[in-house]
Design a protein around this ligand. Structure first.
Ligand SMILES: [Zn+2]
Length: 441
C-alpha cells in the first residue's frame, strides 16, 4: 500500500468520554415472576444472573433513576471498569486541510468506528486516491427524511482504477460491479470495521498487490460500510456497552434505550419486496424481526435498492425458478454476525434457485476460504423473507451471499475480533469480487 497513506496513530483518551459512559450493575429485588417480567417489559437490560430474590440490571446513572421511577430500589452491585481503548490502530491520514481529521478518530467500545468516522474515512480515501475512489451519497436515513438535523446521509464508495464511464450511476457502465454491504443490522458492529479494512486494503494495494491491481483494473468494488446509520448511531450511544439496536429508527413506543428484545424500528433485512412478510418475521412493532408496514416501506431499503438498480441491470426472469443467464454480471455480499456461515438464496424457502448449482459451488469455495458452514438459510440457520440477498438475486439475478461473520461468538466482541474476522474473510471478499464479471460462467 502507499506509504504516505497510512500511519500508526494512538486512539483517543478514555477520559474524554468516561464520565458519560460509566456503567453499573444494579442489584434489584424482584421476588416474584411478575416483578421479573416487569423489569424485562420495562426494557431494562436484565443480566442472566440471579442471587436469591435479586436480579441484576446493567445500565448508567439514568438507568438508576428509571428503575426508581417504576418502583424498584437499585443498589450498585458493581462499578464496571471502563474498557481500555484499543492499542494503537492503523488509520488513513486525511489531507491536512480536510475537515475529516477529527471525526475519523471517533470510536466506541474499544475501537469500533462511529458513523461519522466511517463517513470521514470514505472522504479521506477518496481524497488520498482520486484515481481510485469516488464517494456517492445515495439517499437519506429514516431520521434524516423526517428532520434534516438528526439523521444521516447514506453513503457508498466506488473503488476501481478510474477510467471513462467508471462509477457512473448506470447499469451500462463498462466494468462489472461487486457490492459489499455492512451493518444493515446495526448491532452487528464487526461488519462495519471489516468493511473499513477492506476499503483500505483495496485503496492502499493498487499497484503493489497484484490481486488488487488486477481486480481494480477490471471491476468496480462498491462498499456501503453502514447501510443503517441511524441504527448504528443508537448502538454507539451505549459507549462501552453498545446498545443492541438491530433495526432502523422508524417507530415509537418501544424500549429506550433499546434492548435485545424490545426496540423500535423496522428490520431492514426483512423489509424488501422479495416474499415480504412470509417467513422469519414478527408482527410486533418492538420485536427484532418486524418487517415494516409494507414491503420496501423504509427509506434505507428504497435507497439501497435504488443504488443496486442504478449499478446493475435486471438479468433474471420474474418467476421464482427462473435462472439468471450465464452472461449475468454482478455479485454482492451482505455481512452479518455472528453465526459463522456463508449463505445464499433463497432464504424465504428451502426451494432451490434456478442458479443453485453455481451459487452452492461458490459458497462451498467461500467455506473453504473462511472455514464457515455454507448453505441456504433454511438449511443451516432459519428461513427469512424480505432479505437483501434474496432481493438482489431475485430482482437482478446477480450472485448474492450473506456472510455471517464469526465475531468471536458475540454481537459485541472485543474490537480485536475485527482483525480475526477480516483476516478470515479477506480472501472470500476478493474471491467473490473477482466473480462479478461472470459468476455463473
Ligand atoms: Zn444480521
Amino acid at each position: 500500500m502507499a506509504a504516505s497513506a497510512l500511519v500508526v496513530a494512538v486512539g483517543p483518551s478514555r477520559s474524554a468520554t468516561a464520565g458519560s459512559n460509566q456503567l453499573y450493575v444494579y442489584r434489584v429485588s424482584a421476588a416474584t415472576a411478575a416483578a421479573s417480567q416487569r423489569l424485562v417489559a420495562e426494557g431494562f437490560d436484565v443480566l442472566e444472573d440471579r442471587s436469591g430474590t435479586d436480579l441484576f440490571v446493567l445500565g448508567d446513572l439514568a438507568t438508576s433513576a428509571r428503575l426508581r421511577a417504576v418502583g424498584f430500589r437499585p443498589v450498585v452491585s458493581e462499578t464496571l471498569k471502563p474498557t481500555s481503548w484499543a492499542a494503537p490502530s492503523t488509520r488513513l491520514v486525511p489531507d491536512a486541510a480536510a475537515p475529516a481529521v477529527a471525526p475519523i478518530d471517533e470510536t466506541y467500545d474499544g475501537g469500533y468506528h462511529t458513523v461519522v468516522a466511517q463517513y470521514a474515512h470514505l472522504t479521506a480515501v477518496a481524497t488520498a486516491h482520486p484515481d481510485l475512489a469516488t464517494v456517492v451519497d445515495y439517499g437519506d436515513s429514516y431520521l434524516k427524511t423526517r428532520n434534516a438535523a438528526t439523521g444521516y446521509d447514506l453513503k457508498a464508495i466506488c473503488i476501481t482504477h478510474l477510467q471513462a464511464g467508471d462509477c457512473a450511476l448506470t447499469p451500462s457502465a463498462p466494468k462489472p460491479r461487486f457490492v459489499l454491504m455492512a451493518q444493515i443490522h446495526a448491532r452487528e458492529i464487526v461488519t462495519g470495521d471489516v468493511a473499513w479494512r477492506f476499503i483500505d486494503y483495496l485503496s492502499g494495494g493498487y499497484g503493489s498487490v497484484a490481486a488488487v491491481t488486477a481486480l481494480l483494473d477490471s471491476t468496480e468494488v462498491w462498499v456501503v460500510p453502514v447501510v443503517n446509520p441511524d441504527g448504528v448511531d443508537e448502538v454507539q450511544q451505549g459507549g462501552n456497552h453498545p446498545y443492541l439496536q438491530r433495526k432502523n429508527r422508524d417507530g415509537t413506543g418501544c424500549a429506550n434505550p433499546p434492548t435485545g428484545s424490545n426496540q423500535l424500528g423496522v428490520d431492514l433485512n426483512r423489509n424488501t419486496v422479495t416474499h415480504w412478510d412470509t417467513t422469519g418475521v414478527s408482527s410486533g412493532l418492538c420485536t427484532q424481526t418486524y418487517p415494516g408496514g409494507s414491503a420496501d416501506s423504509e427509506p434505507e431499503t428504497k435507497a439501497i435498492e435504488g443504488l443496486f438498480r442504478e449499478l446493475i441491470a435486471d438479468q433474471r426472469g420474474p418467476a421464482d425458478g427462473d435462472a439468471a443467464p450465464v452472461t449475468t454480471r454482478g455479485a454482492m455480499i451482505t455481512m452479518h454476525s455472528y453465526a459463522g456461515m456463508d449463505l445464499f438464496p433463497w432464504g424465504w424457502t428451502n426451494t432451490h434457485t434456478g442458479n443453485d448449482a453455481k451459487l452452492r459451488a461458490i459458497a462451498a469455495h467461500m467455506s473453504q476460504l473462511n472455514g464457515y458452514q455454507y448453505g441456504q438459510p433454511g438449511e443451516i440457520l432459519y428461513n427469512a423473507s424480505g432479505t437483501s440477498d434474496d432481493w438482489s438475486y431475485g430482482e437482478l439475478g446477480i450472485a448474492s451471499f450473506t456472510i455471517e461473520l464469526a465475531s468471536c461468538g458475540s454481537f459485541t466482541p472485543a474490537h480485536s475480533c475485527t482483525t480475526t474476522d477480516y483476516n478470515n474473510n479477506l480472501p472470500v471478499l476478493m474471491y467473490v469480487a473477482g466473480l462479478a464479471k461472470a459468476p455463473y460462467a
